[in-house]
Design a protein. Structure first.
Length: 379
């Protein structure tokens, strides 16, 4: 699944995940009108830790192990209408870095496009990564490029894995997937089954032939009767979000990945459900809403960058340096937090505390500056 991955998830997680953002971030990761102590802790930790580990002159630590920079397409299969799955291995056959359900990798395509796709294989299988890409006519071109250029034997530059949609393995979980949104959710279902959780999976789509991994899902359903449900619009009608949430056990956590209308409906119906937590990831990052052009000045290099009205500061920073740290692209995780040394920030994350804002912290994946102003970043 493709995203700008992202957890409301830029991909998938070819069309599938990588998050479309709401006009404003929800008050907490779970969609509840309540404080999230864990994320407040992460936010506070990142505000103290990141400036220390990135200060000039500090010895650089070895980065976490990621996949080799180039992987081999060991197998290509058609798994649904307009959906191909790719099995990627290290050229030398070495074991790949570990990953957890919800993780994704970036593909750096020959055209220069960078696209994120959910890992949808088995985390226990370190011999290969598997992704699935739905071809999107009239999309941004990434899915078409994957379908047209990546064949068995091709080599592809990758980055990651990273996880912006982590599976917390709560005792009771409801997994809801729409179409290609099954890619991050399928490993979650397998993990839930292995861990003995009280779980259910509902996979929704237009038709049976449009849903990827039908054979695997049927096998999972045979092993775990009553746990897997497949619904299609042509036989069951368009699903009702409240009815889907009604399948959750009292106090369950809900994990949902799919097209924007599905996620919007689930979020709207969630408050009236008996579930306790909502985790979600959208296919792609939404266009910037109400943006105005502004500038970034990088203090250490003196570089000045222009941020157009329809792009984020993170987009522009990554154009200059693809290694710029980020994860959720929604203002939740705090990985992209930087310190602003001059200028007025228009905060859009809904996570930073007033004290952190006063200290000059900014989450560049969503926050901006007023029109025509310049922010000086400690970069």
């Amino acid at each position: 699944m493709s995203r700008h991955r992202t957890a409301e998830p830029a991909p998938p997680p070819g069309a599938g995940t990588a998050p479309d953002l709401p006009d404003a971030a929800p008050p907490d990761l779970y969609g509840r009108q309540r404080g999230d102590r864990y994320l407040r802790f992460l936010s506070r930790f990142s505000s103290l830790y990141l400036p220390v580990v990135t200060r000039p002159g500090r010895p650089r630590q070895a980065p976490p192990r990621t996949a080799p920079p180039e992987l081999l397409v060991a197998e290509r299969r058609t798994v649904a209408e307009d959906v191909v799955s790719l099995r990627l291995t290290a050229p030398d056959g070495a074991a790949l870095p570990r990953w957890q359900p919800g993780a994704h990798i970036d593909l750096l395509l020959p055209s220069g496009r960078r696209r994120q796709y959910s890992l949808c294989g088995d985390p226990a299988d370190r011999s290969a990564y598997r992704i699935a890409v739905r071809r999107i006519p009239g999309g941004g071109g990434g899915s078409a490029e994957v379908h047209e250029t990546l064949r068995t034997g091709s080599r592809i530059t990758v980055a990651g894995p990273r996880n912006a949609f982590p599976f917390a393995a709560e005792p009771a979980v409801l997994l809801i997937a729409g179409g290609i949104g099954i890619t991050p959710v399928l490993p979650m279902a397998r993990e839930a089954a292995r861990s003995g959780l009280d779980w259910r999976l509902v996979h929704c789509g237009r038709t049976r032939s449009s849903l990827p991994f039908g054979e695997e899902l049927r096998a999972l359903a045979d092993r775990h009767p009553g746990r897997v449900e497949i619904r299609t619009d042509d036989t069951d009608g368009v699903p009702d979000a409240a009815a889907l949430l009604g399948r959750a056990a009292a106090g369950a956590a809900v994990y949902c990945c799919g097209p924007a209308p599905m996620l919007d409906a689930v979020r709207a119906a969630f408050g009236a459900s008996g579930a306790a937590a909502l985790h979600f990831e959208r296919f792609t990052a939404a266009p910037v809403t109400g943006g105005r052009p502004f500038e970034l000045a990088l203090r250490r290099s003196g570089t000045v960058l222009s941020v157009p009205a329809d792009r984020t500061a993170l987009d522009v920073l990554r154009d200059r340096d693809p290694a710029t740290a980020y994860s959720c692209r929604q203002g939740f995780c705090g990985v992209c937090t930087v310190r602003v040394t001059a200028g007025t920030v228009e905060h859009r994350d809904g996570r930073l505390t007033e004290r952190e804002k006063a200290a000059g912290l900014m989450r560049v994946c969503v926050s901006r500056a007023p029109e025509g102003e310049r922010l000086e970043l400690d970069l």
